[in-house]
Design a protein around this ligand. Structure first.
Ligand code: IPM
Ligand code: MG
Length: 391
């Protein structure tokens, strides 16, 4: 799990809260809850009681309002990101996001589909350029990993730092055109500026310093101009500002291979948007299940507590195939709420309590189907209740 030392948090603008809400350090947390589609509302419903319980115990007050997003937004008001949802997010200290998209809306033009028309604009609007995804496989979950146990005697503990507002996702031009010869051409543009590379490298440096001081930057510098620049800027910036770290570089194809060959060797992996999208799914699945992958998307925008405004979401998607059946794993959503407490509210003890309750539940062999591997499994709701009991 990612945690930052105090000096690091300051560098990464993740300073401890001033606790200015009242003289006794009681915090008022105002969050926008965006459950989204398919399993989104189910895993959200299992997670909120856990969040409420941990905050109630420490005396903080939680004010949350729920808003439609993605397909639910399209159904409610014709837009994947309704104006009322965006404005609720603007007034909140953080966003707790579920998942969006699915077959119901797949006939819409690509740019209007739930994922592209809600999640990406939210990331862009709030300039959430840093996506932090912890990959953690405890020894007790070893049987859920597709990696042979002898390759990971101590489990896996790594973090993927993915650049989130640049590269192929947002570069212009981005279009599909019919050419004069009748052929059709689709174009996406991969573009990075030095300043964008430096700011995400700073996040990776802070993360590496709070962990094993090892930083691996992943690119495709043998082919891509963006990656040549990426490697040069990361190397120079780390040499100039973080000589205490051990920096290495890997091409993305090799990194994909090394992740399954030697996952235990990974610590902090820094990469651009598209590569991070792909490698973080690989990381999640070697850590047991996509249903365990939480994420924090952070930027420079501060909330009322002078801490980073953030969007917190499970990275696994809306899983239409298991929706409505009480089968989805709520852990990624619960762990995303823990990341929210840590990064947007500075509530490290509360975040630890949630993470430990999840670990304890898994160690007690209470599991949803995705991590049960033939053993007995429980439903979404029961998994949530089991975590709550262990808080
Ligand atoms: C993720 C998801 C999104 C992405 C999709 C839903 C747009 O896969 O957060 O990893 O590609 O960034
Ligand atoms: Mg993804």
């Amino acid at each position: 799990m990612v945690s930052f030392k105090k000096e690091e948090t300051e560098k990464f603008r993740l300073a401890q809260p001033a606790n200015t809400d009242c003289a006794w350090g009681i915090m008022q947390l105002k969050i926008a809850v965006l459950p989204g589609d398919y399993i989104g509302p189910e895993v959200m419903a299992a997670s909120l009681p856990i969040l409420e319980a941990v905050l109630k115990r420490s005396g903080h007050t939680l004010e949350h309002s729920t808003h439609p997003v993605g397909g639910a937004g399209i159904d409610a008001s014709g837009k994947a990101l309704p104006d009322s949802t965006l404005s609720a997010c603007q007034q909140a200290d953080a966003i707790l996001f579920g998942s969006v998209g699915g077959p119901k809306w797949e006939k819409l033009p690509p740019a209007e589909q739930p994922e592209r028309a809600s999640l990406l604009p939210l990331r862009k609007h709030f300039k959430l350029f840093a996506n932090v995804r912890p990959g953690f496989l405890p020894k007790t979950l070893m049987d859920a990993s597709p990696i042979r146990p002898e390759r990971i005697p101590n489990g896996i503990d790594m973090v993927c730092i993915r650049e989130l507002t640049g590269g192929l996702y947002f570069g212009q031009p981005k279009r599909t055109t019919t050419l004069p010869d009748g052929d059709i051409e689709g174009v996406d543009t991969m573009v990075y500026r030095k300043s964008e590379i430096i700011r995400i490298t700073d996040v990776a440096i802070a993360t590496a310093r709070a962990r094993g001081k090892k930083l691996l930057s992943v690119d495709k510098a043998n082919v891509l101009e963006c990656s040549v620049l990426w490697r040069k800027v990361v190397s120079e910036h780390v040499a100039a500002t973080a000589p205490d770290l051990t920096l290495s570089h890997m091409y993305v194809d090799n990194a994909a291979m090394q992740l399954v060959l030697n996952p235990a060797k990974f610590d902090v992996l820094l990469t651009e948007n598209m590569f991070g999208d792909i490698l973080s799914d690989e990381m999640a699945v070697i850590c047991g299940s996509l249903g365990m992958l939480s994420s924090a998307s952070l930027g420079d925008v501060k909330n009322r507590h002078d801490l980073p405004f953030g969007l917190y979401e499970p990275a696994g998607g809306s899983a239409p195939d298991i929706a409505g059946q009480n089968k989805a794993n709520p852990c990624a959503q619960v762990l995303s709420a823990a990341l929210m407490l840590r990064h947007s509210f500075g509530l490290n003890a509360e975040a630890d309590a949630i993470e430990n309750a999840v670990k304890k539940t898994i160690a007690d062999n209470i599991r949803t189907g995705d991590i049960a591997f033939g053993g007995a499994s429980v439903g979404t709701k029961e998994m949530g209740e089991a975590i709550l009991k262990r808080l």
